[in-house]
Design a protein around this ligand. Structure first.
Ligand SMILES: NC(=O)c1ccc[n+]([C@@H]2O[C@H](COP(=O)([O-])OP(=O)(O)OC[C@H]3O[C@@H](n4cnc5c(N)ncnc54)[C@H](O)[C@@H]3O)[C@@H](O)[C@H]2O)c1
Length: 391
């Protein structure tokens, strides 16, 4: 790394790759100004149109078709690896060998032996080598964790978590790398890895597990036509066997004695991305639901009996990550409202470009009408309950 700047690149411009690509761009706008400049250098994808498209959209300097070019580039210091799990190891090792800092997606590789080798490799390097357990960055989950670690909720006794998705519910959803590999490489590693990490993030390391049930309910899937992105692709007539589990359930005991109950599925009808958990502690409890990502609920004995119960807490600058983590880091603006500015900018720019894809932006006349309504409301305050006509 040059001291003046950090050059970033992303390997893989599929579903999650684009989130990393966007993440660096957004982070460079909230990154503290006393730190090095972030340069958005390159996006690499084996499918060239994805690389070119993502580099153009997100303002990266260039597109590549292989990670080798990223490893060889002297102007790149830090790289996200966001490709299929079985490709992580060779890419991560080569990038570290080339002196890059690496952020690799979860799960790090298909087998423990592979990951052990990756860890050994990373230990010989002085670069940052990291795994992307994204949900650890949730302000709400961190706020719950703070209530546990500072003792407010008391000792954790029971963690109950689910990660239910429906991307595999349709038996004709296309075959992809996600359905290949042995038992454990399916829903368990794809989404269960997040849930296990969250359980440990909140409780302590898992000491033992028991009662695991890993089942494949849809035995084969159609081969995709062309390149699949995430879970989407056209399919043909030919089908291939599914090699790993659709559903995984298990219980765990954490080192601190907490009991864990876990349920993971990729065939959960009607739930595209449902992650949630409860933590029951000696002095209270808390819960999180990804469908309401900018809030959490918490219960303890602080309010007196008649009004005791779960309270909804909206995340804001009092919680981790929000301050200087969002363009508008205001209480309860949180995730969600900031995104509306992107949607708005897109509609505005579409309209300028003459594209008729989104509802047009409201006009100044709409703004004038809004003002007139406000004016009438003020006038109504002084009209003794009489109707005031909006001009
Ligand atoms: N943290 C999260 O929330 C999250 C969410 C989704 C996926 N993931 C992880 O991200 C990784 C990728 O998942 P995805 O859903 O984006 O997959 P994807 O199939 O949508 O995208 C993978 C991309 O890698 C490209 N590719 C394949 N071989 C390549 C190579 N040699 N060099 C460069 N590009 C190559 C493919 O063309 C494809 O565009 C996985 O490890 C997955 O577990 C994490």
């Amino acid at each position: 790394m040059t001291t003046a700047s950090i050059g970033v690149a992303v390997v893989g411009a599929g579903m999650a790759g684009r989130a990393h690509i966007n993440g660096y761009r957004a982070a460079s706008t909230v990154f503290d100004t006393d730190l090095p400049e972030i340069r958005l250098v390159a996006v690499a994808d084996a499918h060239e149109p994805f690389a070119v498209d993502a580099a153009n959209r997100y303002g990266y300097e260039r597109a590549e078709t292989g990670w080798e070019a990223i490893a060889a580039a002297p102007d790149i210091d830090a790289v996200s690896v966001v490709v299929a799990n079985h490709l992580h190891r060779p890419i991560v090792e080569a990038l570290l060998a080339a002196g890059k800092h690496v952020l690799c997606e979860k799960p790090l590789a298909p087998t423990v032996a592979d990951v052990e080798a990756m860890v050994e490799f990373a230990e010989k390097s002085d670069r940052v080598a990291a795994v992307g357990f994204t949900f650890r960055r949730s302000p709400a989950i961190n706020a719950i964790r703070e209530q546990i670690t500072d003792g407010s909720l008391g000792k954790v006794m029971h963690f109950n978590g689910h990660y239910w998705c429906d991307y595999g519910h349709n038996k004709d959803a296309p075959m992809s790398w996600r359905y290949k590999g042995g038992l454990g490489s399916g829903a368990l590693s794809d989404i269960g890895s997040h849930l296990v990490d969250l359980g440990e993030f909140l409780c302590s390391p898992v000491k033992s597990v028991r009662g695991s049930v890993l089942s494949t309910l849809i035995p084969d899937r159609p081969v995709p036509l062309g390149t699949a992105v995430g879970h989407a692709a056209g399919v043909g007539e030919t089908r291939e066997p599914v090699e790993n589990e659709d559903v995984a359930t298990f219980t765990a005991t954490f080192k601190n004695g907490t009991v864990g109950t876990f349920s993971v599925s990729r065939i959960a009808y009607g739930l595209p991305n449902s992650l949630g958990f409860e933590v029951f502690c000696e002095g209270g409890a808390a819960a999180f639901d990804l469908a309401r990502a900018a809030e959490f609920t918490i219960a303890d004995d602080s309010p007196p009996g008649p009004i005791n119960g779960y309270r909804q807490v909206l995340v804001g600058p009092a919680h981790p990550y929000v301050t200087r983590g969002l363009p508008m880091d205001f209480p309860s603006v949180g995730h969600g409202q900031n995104d509306l500015f992107v949607f708005q900018a897109r509609a505005f720019l579409d309209q300028i470009a003459g594209l008729d894809r989104l509802p047009p932006v409201p006009t100044l006349t709409d703004g004038l009408h809004n003002m007139r309504v406000l004016e009438a409301i003020v006038a109504a305050a002084n009209s003794d309950g009489k109707a005031v006509k909006v001009q």
